[in-house]
Design a protein around this ligand. Structure first.
Ligand code: SF4
Length: 210
């Protein structure tokens, strides 16, 4: 662990960034729009792949950038911690823009609910700031989605599909994901939903960050 990361840990109480799969993952908030039944934080742990992700306070943009260091040492910078990065959308976009100016490839792992949260279409704001979006679909229909993801806002499933569809106009690579192994979740049906809105699809494995 670098001295830089250690001091950030002291300031925020949890890891701001962690390296995995050759990527740098950013843990910028613990807030969420969902309360996923399979989430580590709702199952007694804030540790993910050896990193303690419970934040005492949210890191500033400069703290996050300091924690990354040289983005050239990573394949991708991924906004993905135990929280939803688009709840800090404009801080995330500022950081993404500064990292991309230094050659980084930026991915947001998101619940796809930013339009619902902000009450408007924010997808144009992603253009030229985000290279890749990975959006949690998690189920082939609204009933299953609500069972597993337990959204705080009504209309979440339809809003995430619309977000994903609109995002394909502004982000070069949009992928929907679903976790294999949740009872009732049909991975092939989830892949069809993704294909229907012009997005890619990736099957995920429970408790594996990616
Ligand atoms: S969106 Fe992610 S961090 Fe938030 S509750 Fe779901 S699994 Fe947990």
């Amino acid at each position: 662990m670098s001295n830089q990361l250690s001091s950030c840990l002291e300031a925020t109480g949890g890891a701001i960034s962690y390296a995995l799969h050759g990527n740098c993952y950013l843990n910028i908030t613990n807030r969420c729009t969902l309360r996923c039944s399979f989430c580590p934080k709702f199952n007694g742990t804030w540790n993910v792949q050896g990193s303690a992700l419970r934040l005492r306070r949210e890191p500033t943009a400069d703290e996050i950038l300091d924690s990354v260091g040289d983005p050239g040492q990573y394949r991708q910078i991924v906004f993905c911690g135990l929280g939803e990065p688009t709840l800090r959308l404009y801080t995330s976009l500022e950081i993404a823009s500064r990292l991309r100016a230094r050659g980084a490839h930026v991915r947001f792992n998101t619940d796809g609910l930013a339009n619902l949260v902000y009450g408007r279409d924010v997808t144009p704001d992603l253009e030229d700031n985000v290279d890749e979006l990975s959006i949690s679909l998690n189920a082939q229909n609204e009933i299953l989605y609500n069972r597993y993801c337990r959204p705080k806002l009504a209309g979440a499933y339809r809003s995430l599909l619309e977000f994903a569809r609109r995002a394909t106009d502004f982000v070069p690579d949009v992928t929907l994901t679903a976790i294999d192994g949740l009872p009732g979740v049909d991975i092939d049906a989830c892949a069809s939903v993704a294909a229907g809105i012009g997005a890619k699809f990736r099957r995920r494995v429970l408790d594996q960050v990616g």
